[in-house]
Design a protein around this ligand. Structure first.
Ligand SMILES: [Zn+2]
Length: 177
């Protein structure tokens, strides 16, 4: 459908930027991606079905783009915080898979020298957290659904993948977290 307001049409869309090697680098607004395109910095790999119209032209909104020049980018680290722990653990208690009253649990309790690291923090519902108390899972006879591991940046991209961003899957899900 014709849309007279290109800016509003663009605002809701985000574009996945791949390095020249096809490794996902970042997510930006589609508006920014189009700017990069007009500056000849990127190639467009996939488009959304939507167009942006201006008086002089009609442009498809990019969904996945690739940088023309490879950039060195070694930092695939994810910041350790509650939100990213929730994403890593699929917003569910890692002892019973409950999705409510979620807290952050130290696998090895702080009092016993447990640290604030990806490997020692896990999402737990508050009943499981209280049940476990100041014990290790083994002492409390509770089993973790998975080993707590440090995720890489791909976990960050996953949160953007909705139905309309289906083109992204090929670039994100083929890699392990
Ligand atoms: Zn639980």
């Amino acid at each position: 459908m014709y849309n007279n307001n290109p800016v509003s049409k663009l605002n809701g869309n985000v574009t996945l930027i791949l390095n020249a090697s096809y490794i996902p680098l970042a997510v930006c607004s589609s508006k920014r991606a189009l700017c990069l395109y007009f500056l000849d910095k990127i190639d467009i790999i996939h488009n959304y079905n939507d167009y942006v119209h201006s008086p002089s032209m009609k442009v498809r909104i990019p969904s996945v783009v690739k940088l023309k020049r490879y950039v060195k980018h070694n930092n695939l680290d994810v910041v350790l915080n509650r939100k990213n722990l929730l994403i890593r653990d699929n917003f569910s208690c890692q002892y019973c898979l409950s999705k409510s009253h979620l807290t952050v649990d130290h696998i090895l309790p702080k009092e016993k020298g447990g640290s604030d690291t990806w490997e020692n923090l896990i999402i737990a519902c508050s009943p499981c957290n209280s049940k476990k108390g100041n014990r290790t899972p083994k002492e409390a006879n509770m089993k973790l659904m998975k080993q707590a591991r440090k995720p890489n940046r791909f976990i960050y991209f996953k949160q953007f993948v909705k139905e309309k961003n289906i083109d992204w899957e090929n670039y994100i899900f083929s890699r392990k977290n």
